[in-house]
Design a protein around this ligand. Sequence first.
Ligand code: ADP
Ligand code: MG
Length: 394
Amino acid sequence: MRTLLPSSTIGIIGGGQLGMMTVREAHRMGYRTVIWDPDPDCPAARLADTVITSSFADPDAAKKLADASDVVTYEFENIDPGTVEVVEKLKPVFPGSRILRIARHRKNEKESLQRAGFPVVPHVSARNEKELDESIKRLGFPVVVKTVTAGYDGKGQSVLRTQADVTALCRSYAGRFPECVVERFLNLDREISVIAVRSGDGNVTTFPVIENEHRENILHVSRVPAGISEDLRTEAVGLGTAIIDHFDMVGVLCVEMFVTRERKLLVNELAPRPHNSGHFSLDACSLSQFEALVRCVCRLAVPLPRLLTPCAMVNLLGKHLERIDIEAASRIPGVKVHLYGKKRSEPKRKMGHVTILRPSAEEVEKIVREIEAMIGEDGGRTQPQSIRQSMPAV
Ligand code: ADP
Ligand code: MG
């Protein structure tokens, strides 16, 4: 495929905040956009040049999107790969349906990674209560049970610590046990992610390694640079690069990783699209993950993203928006508030994020605490403070 120059049209399946931020970068670079999302009020709809408002099950809409676009991408995994194949027959799609088939299905994802020799969490699949019992016998409590599809932000996940938890979960399925992956629930040192970008000519670049703190299985804070040793950083970047190469993918791939207490890396999951943990790149890098995606799909070279300053990103969920005084937060030096303009708020729905840019990791951390106090997240800290203080300055 030849290089697509500005004024070409990029089609995006999905119009959530990731679509919205991709559209904004595409427009900044001079490209036109068309998005496909069933919700006319979705975040990207306000910005895109054209909006196709149809169900993702509508094959005519897939054709309409392909007709209107020079190249197509997607911003979430919960779409039928068959739909992407319909588009793929008509126009180039980056990344294509192959990686989608793998990444949208937790069992396929883990098995593909394992087959290729990449380290993953000990796991067993279960399709019914009996298999769940057997998997717990093999792995031992505690385990986390995850539905193989349609899970995100901790949805479709349950941590089981006792037999009573197992009984309660099975009862909640009410006879309709979904296919699940059962994983050993690990006592982690920390979580990190590597965002790898592979352009059409096969060149791979990576964003600085990100350290992620979750609350109730939802991303709460991302910190960059991650507070890990240089050896582990090199290993993580190597792993992210090897995985995107292995899947021969063109686009942006987030590799979520666990760091075990023994300082071993395990791949948690893959997201073949811009990722929540990469939002810091909009404000803190020479190139954002969204620009990187636009460059990949348009077959432009992707320069190495440079971190301009230590930073953190704090997610704003619905429950946080009810508390935070946006104006007061915006007045804190180094703070930038991003809101997605979603009409419907839910306690655990991602409604926006805050980026904090300061000259040192310690100063960033001070403001993270201030924002946490403003959103009511100042309790429940899960990581020892020493981890934070070990974050290097850039
Ligand atoms: P999602 O698609 O919802 O992001 P993940 O599998 O990434 O699903 O799980 C969300 C979070 O839950 C992880 O980032 C981690 O904090 C926690 N978690 C998931 N699996 C495990 C595990 N096996 N051991 C420890 N923590 C886990
Ligand atoms: Mg995850």
